[in-house]
Design a protein around this ligand. Structure first.
Ligand code: AMP
Length: 493
């Protein structure tokens, strides 16, 4: 099949060919003709299948049919969970739409709000946004969505996972009823089913590949390793296996920084991305990794969403992901566009339950094995000689040990409370201690001290809100922060 048979405009077909695509992928050849006819659509496709073009092309096609009105207003809205995805969608729009006169803007948190507001005044045909920042703009009335003809929900399952469901619903409530809605998701969860029922009209379902199944081109390995041996195993693998571009996943931002630091100490060029890094730092890191200045990119789940880098030869999950869906997403970073890739997952004792969930989710017999010829000890002593001080129990495992102990203590405490049901004083003290513990934990998040939001000296309420949402810690309490919380909760069960 060729792109000319999908019903797309000539300028668009030229743009696609100029991008270097010769034939549509399966999701594209099945979804685009339906979307071009104006159908609402549910696209069940994992990242790596070409699903971005499957919604970007129909959007560009539809908008190109009518001359853009003057002044321009938002006619297509694309909601996506992360900034990285938003920037990549915009890059696709610019690529495929290079011979068209359509303008797009991205809206996401972590960048200057005033600049975004003045940018939006220029008028755009397509807006690509993360839900949180778009809600901010809607609250300030700096964007008008009343003329949107086409809505895309990209990685809808992830938006729900990240707790954006209410924001998404609020946004959709402000759109015209008469619109076309395309929803893309890797999984068809109950949440997605009820969302589609409330926001789409008789949608057609297009499913590509088996849901939940990682691409066949990716070889998956799971290795048992003690938590405090993970770094040694990582070094051992990097030393002994031929690897080009390696993506290492860490569950936490702090963990990502530590892994990167250790790799650098070891003389391995590495860079880390997570939400504590500014947008420009992240872009620089990705550019450096793409251009092979770094062998290893260490990333958290949220920061890596939508990372589109060709030629990632290996994905190494330093931590077993808590969520099986994350596993599929993580390993989807390699073996893209039919290239082959290897995914390696380290599984420590307290991560066996996550491994079992992954196996259940994928529905395949996965083997948990020992890494061949790795005892850890020789690498350990070698590293000791090099003066790398990581053979103390890993901070991560200490943290989880601490959490475990804390959970045990809480359990005992609540048991005690039950025993002392009639002793009101004891219960109040416990509550107060719990509250003060929570408060004392809050300011230390991400290593930033929370000194309170800046006081409003002059100006309107909206000025205050604006400064408030731009304080660095506000950005840090973004997607990733919320996500880490969810992960911690799920790790406890
Ligand atoms: P996605 O699933 O949208 O993240 O796309 C995965 C990768 O496939 C991206 O690098 C796209 O540029 C690439 N891609 C998408 N469609 C095609 C196509 N028809 N031919 C070749 N590569 C494609």
């Amino acid at each position: 099949m060729s792109f000319t048979t999908l019903g797309l405009s000539d300028a668009l077909v030229q743009g696609i060919l100029a991008t270097g695509y010769t034939a549509p992928t399966e999701i594209q050849s099945r979804a685009i003709p339906l979307a071009v006819q104006g159908q609402d659509l549910i696209g069940l496709a994992q990242t790596g299948t070409g699903k971005t073009a499957a919604f970007v092309l129909p959007v560009l096609h539809k908008l190109s049919l009518i001359e853009p009105p003057q002044p321009r207003h938002v006619r297509a809205l694309i909601l996506t969970p992360t900034r990285e995805l938003a920037t990549q969608i915009e890059a696709s729009i610019k690529n495929y739409g290079r011979f068209m006169k359509l303008f797009s803007a991205t809206i996401y948190g972590g960048v200057d709000m005033f600049r975004q507001i003045s940018l939006l005044r220029r008028g755009f045909d397509i807006v690509i946004a993360t839900p949180g920042r778009l809600i901010d703009h809607l609250g300030r009335k700096t964007i008008d969505l009343s003329k949107v003809e086409m809505l895309v929900l990209d990685e809808a399952d992830r938006m729900l996972d990240m707790g954006f469901v209410n924001d998404v619903k609020k946004i959709i409530a402000l759109l015209p009823q008469a619109r076309q809605t395309l929803l893309f998701s890797a999984t068809m969860s109950q949440g997605i089913k009820s969302l589609t029922a409330s926001v789409q009209r008789s949608p057609k379902l297009v499913q590509v590949g088996e849901e939940r199944k990682p691409a066949d081109s990716v070889t998956q390995k799971f290795y048992k390793v003690e938590q405090d041996q993970k770094t040694a195993l990582l070094f051992h693998i990097l030393d002994t296996v031929e690897m080009d571009s390696v993506l290492v996943f860490s569950r936490t931002k702090h963990g990502a920084d530590k892994i990167q630091h250790r790799l650098e100490q070891r003389g391995i060029k590495a860079i880390a991305i997570h939400s504590n890094r500014t947008q420009s730092q992240r872009e620089r890191a990705l550019r450096g990794f793409r251009q092979k200045h770094y062998k290893v990119l260490v990333a958290t789940d949220i920061a890596a969403r939508g990372i589109d880098i060709e030629g990632i030869s290996h994905v190494i999950n330093y931590d077993t992901p808590n969520f099986a869906e994350d596993y599929v997403h993580r390993i989807g970073r390699t073996g893209r566009a039919a290239a082959t890739g290897d995914a390696i997952t380290f599984v420590a004792r307290d991560e066996y339950k996550h491994f079992r969930r992954i196996a259940e989710f994928i529905g395949k017999r996965l083997q948990l094995e020992a890494y061949p010829n790795f005892s850890g000890t020789e690498t350990a002593s070698l590293l000791k000689e090099e003066g790398i001080s990581r053979f103390k129990p890993d901070e991560e495992s200490r943290e989880s040990h601490h959490h475990h102990r804390q959970a045990e203590r809480n359990k005992q405490r609540s048991f005690k409370n039950r025993e002392n049901k009639n002793n009101g004083a004891e219960q109040m003290t416990t509550k107060r201690t719990e509250r003060s513990r929570k408060q004392s934990e809050k300011p230390q998040r991400n290593g930033f001290k929370h000194h309170g939001f800046p006081k409003q000296k002059s100006g309107s309420k909206s000025e205050y809100t604006m400064r408030k949402s731009e304080t660095p810690w506000q950005n840090l309490l973004s997607d990733e922060e919320a996500y880490e919380k969810v992960q911690r909760k799920s790790g406890r069960d």
